[in-house]
Write a new protein. Structure first.
Length: 411
């Protein structure tokens, strides 16, 4: 299908991003806005808030996309924001680079604390609007540390719908997907599957540091058979090995009558954040199916104490791993208080609701304590090796053993 010219311009201009959806903990000293636009059709306005500092000065770093004739970093002025205030700007205003004076431009924007220490935090977002229709969309600014590259970031609900005669009641839709890098090169793959999970095709490529690449109509780009698609999924992966750099992946779905769009940020489970692994295992193999011997109860009269961070409200399931599970028991404490129905005498596992935010440590995320000891009806030959696996919806931090062979077994 031949897309209208305005539709193609929209595909050039629009995007949103992130390895994971932005959370309310969205302030940082380096904030990435994956796409801003300065075109004949669309203009992006960036808003920056200074919450804490007498005067906040930021470096404004605009990287033109690889899809245009002169990609790379352009010259922009610094931005100063007084305490407690918000300042806004457009690329046309903030970036006097001669290369941006004419033509259509879009790319990645990075805002960075300009102080020597670079630890002053702020928040930002961008609003992009049609210059004529005043329809638009917003993109949150993402802390740079929120981007990662685990396998299979997913952008969901994608579609391509073609119609012979477009009407407001029956518009066509197209999906554009984007991939970007931060301060290091990345090799990537984007695979698209249909609503039944069958692979429609894929594309692969490489980016240098601070680059952005657009795939206009991702179904065509991956070689999908002709036809309409709904509820498709794009899988973004970094293919570097063994260490994986940050990857920015996302798609847009646009209406080709009104030229509105929305944004499908590619999400992962833990974003390679070891402090929030949904499956957290200690002293086990990679599959969490067997223990490795680094944890053990050395004395049947003593207990082990381990700590880990829990992000409540959540659901938490923990279990002991090993050949001698029936010789052990476990229980858990939150903020120093025993949790009802969370293990106890004779229990090698538990599953529990963590409690609502205000119910634990006055609303602060906090360390929980896990205790493991000899089960009085078990085989008392020591040492008794074990591993621990905890599953949760929000993820937990790795467990740290803080006491062994010291505290008396009291449960």
């Amino acid at each position: 299908m031949r897309f209208p010219a305005a539709s193609l311009l929209l595909g050039l201009a629009l995007a949103s991003a992130g390895a994971q959806a932005v959370t309310t903990a969205g302030r940082s000293s380096v904030v990435v806005i994956p796409v801003v636009a300065k075109t004949a059709t669309f203009t992006s306005e960036v808003f920056v808030h200074n919450p804490l500092y007498a005067s906040l000065t930021l470096n404004v770093l605009y990287y033109e996309t690889n899809d245009l004739a002169a990609p790379g970093l352009k010259s922009c002025n610094q931005l100063t924001v007084p305490i407690g205030q918000t300042r806004s700007f457009t690329i046309a205003d903030q970036c006097p680079d001669p290369a941006l004076a004419t033509g259509s431009h879009f790319g990645m924007l990075v805002l960075e604390d300009a102080s020597d220490d670079k630890v002053n935090v702020f928040s930002a977002y961008v609003r992009t609007e049609s210059n004529s229709a005043r329809q638009g969309f917003s993109i949150e600014g993402f802390p740079a540390g929120g981007f990662a590259a685990p396998l299979h970031h997913t952008s969901v609900g994608l579609k391509r719908v073609t119609v012979a005669q477009q009407t407001p009641e029956s518009p066509s839709y197209q999906t554009n997907c984007f991939v970007g890098s931060l301060g290091e090169a990345v090799d990537y793959n984007i695979a698209v599957v249909n609503s039944s999970g069958a692979t429609l095709g894929s594309v692969a490529g490489s980016l240098g540091p601070w680059q952005l690449k657009r795939y206009l109509d991702i179904f065509t780009e991956v070689g999908a058979p002709a036809g309409d698609y709904t509820n498709a999924t794009a899988f973004f992966s970094a293919t570097n090995t063994p260490a994986k750099p940050a990857l920015v992946g996302f798609c847009t779905v646009q209406n080709n009558v009104y030229f509105g769009a929305d944004f499908r940020i590619a999400k992962s489970t833990s974003a390679e954040n070891n402090g929030a692994n949904r499956k957290q295992c200690s002293a086990t193999n990679a599959a969490c199916s067997s223990y490795d011997g680094t944890l053990a109860i050395p004395d049947e009269t003593k207990k082990d104490v381990l700590t880990f961070m829990v992000h409540h409200p959540d659901y938490l399931k923990c279990q002991l791993i090993g050949d001698r599970v029936n010789d052990l028991e476990m229980r858990v404490f939150r903020a120093g208080e025993a949790v009802a129905h969370a293990g106890g005498s004779g229990e090698p596992s538990f599953s529990v609701f963590t409690g609502h935010r205000s119910e634990v440590n006055n609303g602060q995320q906090s360390l929980w304590t896990l205790e493991v000891s000899f089960r009085e009806t078990g085989n008392s030959i020591t040492p008794i090796p074990y591993g621990v696996r905890c599953d949760s919806g929000n993820g937990t931090s790795p467990m740290q053993r803080i006491s062994t062979d010291v505290l008396a077994d009291d449960f």
